[in-house]
Design a binder for this molecule. Structure first.
Ligand code: PSV
Ligand code: MN
Length: 387
């Protein structure tokens, strides 16, 4: 197969950018400040729009509340639309208040649980104004020591709190529950894996879906299997794409293990999870600690596109034939042939045929935007992870 055979399918690709990827970020050792970093949500969206401008791949931006709180979300929405992008998923945040030290929606104290539930209700109010479809919930809840709290009791409280939030989710909205196996809690986490997320989603109802963050698994986990299973059950709501070498590194997607990204995307396509009508949202969840943020995001969406193109090139008929005849090596070869195809020159042509720059990173570098923000954005409080 040639790239021209799948060119039309590539136009279906839309990758949502995280507003927080444009703010300063770092590790618990150091947050490095970068020149030109946005000072408010409006500037974050302006930066995200640059990524879409040169790639045509990133038409929406995910918000994180309270980091992206503004007085008037209608104004933020119009600002985004004027720049050619829309506001996407709203992410809640119950991991930065002192009251949440021992948990949020699972906390033993009903007052703390109420506060955490109310925060989610505020997020849904915001979604109504931004026109967002998805409320993404990631919970830092968990414990550090055996015996610290009642694991089973926390599951009951989690189910109750999620039900109170789900009740307020609109007809055209979804609750997307993200899982993560550890950090910041180190002994047990209340939503550690896709099974736990799925169990709660099934109990909640049809508009509750699982979010799969590619960095949230133990090393060696077969993530494409999880993708296949969730798609089979119709419960894969979204991806948070990033890559990792060791823990939840939040590095550029496809940087650490391009082959894994290819395998994941193959299962997405195989399982009907590709394209707007599939209901599976492709998002990035990354932090660019040492590289410049806008080019970091451009590189990321291009990596997803390159691996999507390779996955679309898999000769599915030949693969099925080899699988059904039990020809192990032939089947593997079909997959590897697609993986080893260098699609970059053909993708440059694909872009040019759509009025986009053949080399988006070069176009961004030469466009003068970076110099302009570095010169103009002086003074004020720079937005950072958590700001
Ligand atoms: C948690 O590690 C997470 O992946 C969640 O998606 C949060 O919303 C995001 O990171 C914050 O950076
Ligand atoms: Mn995530």
């Amino acid at each position: 197969m040639l790239l021209s055979d799948v060119a039309d399918l590539l136009t279906d690709q839309a990758i949502e950018l995280p507003s927080w990827a444009f703010g300063n970020s770092g590790t618990r050792f150091k947050v490095f400040g970068q020149a030109g970093v946005p000072r408010d949500p409006f500037e974050k969206i302006a930066d995200a729009a640059q990524v879409h401008k040169v790639t045509g791949l990133a038409p929406s931006v995910a918000l994180h509340i309270p980091w992206d709180r503004v007085d008037d979300y209608g104004v933020l929405r119009t600002h985004a639309e004027e720049l050619g992008v829309s506001l996407g998923t709203v992410n809640s945040n119950t991991f930065q208040d002192d009251e949440y030290m021992l948990g949020s929606v699972t906390h033993a104290d009903p007052k703390v649980r109420r506060k955490a539930i109310d925060h989610h209700l505020e997020c849904i109010d915001i979604m109504d104004q931004t026109g967002s479809r998805d409320l993404k919930i990631w919970l830092a809840d968990g414990t550090n020591y055996p015996g610290q709290d009642d694991i089973r009791g926390r599951q009951e409280r989690l189910a109750e709190s999620l039900a109170a939030i789900y009740e307020r989710i609109g007809e055209n909205q979804r609750l997307v529950l993200e899982y993560k196996f550890f950090e910041p809690a180190f002994y047990h986490t209340d939503v550690p894996d896709w099974g736990t997320s799925l169990v709660h989603c099934l109990e909640l109802g049809e508009r509750a879906m699982v979010c799969l963050d590619t960095g949230h698994h133990a090393p060696g986990t077969n993530i494409e299997f999880i993708v296949a299973q969730l798609l089979r059950l119709g419960r894969l709501g979204s991806f948070d794409f990033n890559s990792r070498f060791y823990a939840d590194d939040d590095l550029i997607v496809g940087a650490a293990d391009p082959f894994q990204l290819f395998r994941i995307l193959y299962e997405v396509i195989r399982g009907g999870g590709y394209g707007a009508s599939s209901g599976v949202a492709f998002m990035l969840d990354q932090c660019h600690n040492i590289e410049k943020k806008i080019p970091g995001q451009i590189r990321s969406v291009l990596n997803v596109q390159e691996m999507t193109a390779r996955a679309l090139l898999v000769d599915r008929d030949a693969l099925t034939a080899a699988q059904q005849s039990g020809d192990v090596l032939a089947a593997n070869e079909v997959l590897m042939d697609a993986f080893y195809t260098d699609v970059r020159p053909a993708l440059a042509e694909w872009r040019e045929s759509r009025g986009l720059p053949g080399n988006p990173l070069k176009a961004y570098r030469e466009g003068g935007y970076q110099e302009r923000i570095e010169a103009e954005r002086v003074g004020g409080e720079q937005a950072g992870w958590g700001a």
